[in-house]
Design a protein around this ligand. Sequence first.
Ligand SMILES: Nc1ncnc2c1ncn2[C@@H]1O[C@H](COP(=O)(O)OP(=O)(O)OP(=O)(O)O)[C@@H](O)[C@H]1O
Ligand SMILES: [Mg+2]
Length: 238
Amino acid sequence: MSLIRRKQSRDDTFLQVNSVVKMEGVSYVYKGPPPLQALYDINMEIIRGEYVAILGPSGSGKSTFLNLVGLLDRSTSGKIYIDNIDAETLNERTRSSLRARKIGFVFQSFHLLSYKSALENVMLAQLYITNSRKQRSANALEALEKVGLTKRAYALPSELSGGERQRVAIARAIVNKPSLILCDEPTGNLDSTTAAKVLDILDELSLSGLTLVVITHSKQVADRAKRSLLFSDGMLVR
Ligand SMILES: Nc1ncnc2c1ncn2[C@@H]1O[C@H](COP(=O)(O)OP(=O)(O)OP(=O)(O)O)[C@@H](O)[C@H]1O
Ligand SMILES: [Mg+2]
C-alpha cells in the first residue's frame, strides 16, 4: 500500500516538474462591443518535450488559445500555469519577463522588422535577457546557425526567401532557449517544399527536447506532431 502511494506521489511530482503549460477552467471573452466568448472552460496540460498540433476550423478559438498560452492576453476566468508559475497572478512587467525568457513565437507572416538584418532581428529578442551587445550577437549567430542561415545573417528580410524569413523567425524564437515554442500557421505562407524544410527544423527542435505547440490547417504539419488538440466553437473537443 505504502509502496503504491510512494510511487503515485513520485508520478505526481514528475508530472508537476514536467508540466510546461496547464489550463484549468479557462474562458475568454473579447470585450467588443458586442462581447464575444471565444473560449469555454478549457482544461489541458502540455508536458515538457511534447509536440502538439492545434487543429480546428477558422474561428474556433485556436489563436485566442495561443495568445493566452503566450501570455499576450489574460484569461477572463480560470488559471494558466507556465512552467508551474501561476501566470494570472503576475503583474504586466513580470509577465513580459516570463514571456521573454520562456516562450518563443513564430507567426504565419514572420513579423520581422524590415529595416533590420536577420542578425539584428534575432538580437532584438534578447533585450530582456542581456545588456551585452557582443553576447546578443554571439547568441543570435548561434541560433541562425541552428536554422542553417549563418551565411545570410547580414541580409535584410526583403533580401530573403519566404522560407528563409521563417527560419530567421525560428532563430529569433529559440535564441533565449525558451521552454516553449508557439507557432501560429508557421507554414501558411510557404509552398510545400519550403514548408517541409521549415518543418524539418521544427522536428529537430522537438528532438532536441523543446516543447512545441503548432496551430495548423495543414495535414503535413499535424502528421509530424505527436498529439493534437481539436477546437470547435471555442471548446476543446479532443
Ligand atoms: N480582437 C477580436 N475581437 C473580437 N472578436 C475576436 C477578436 N479576435 C478573434 N475574435 C473572434 O473570436 C473567435 C475565435 O477567433 P480565433 O482568432 O481564435 O480563431 P482561429 O481558430 O484562430 O481561426 P483562424 O483559423 O481563422 O485563424 C472568432 O469568432 C473571432 O471572430
Ligand atoms: Mg488563427
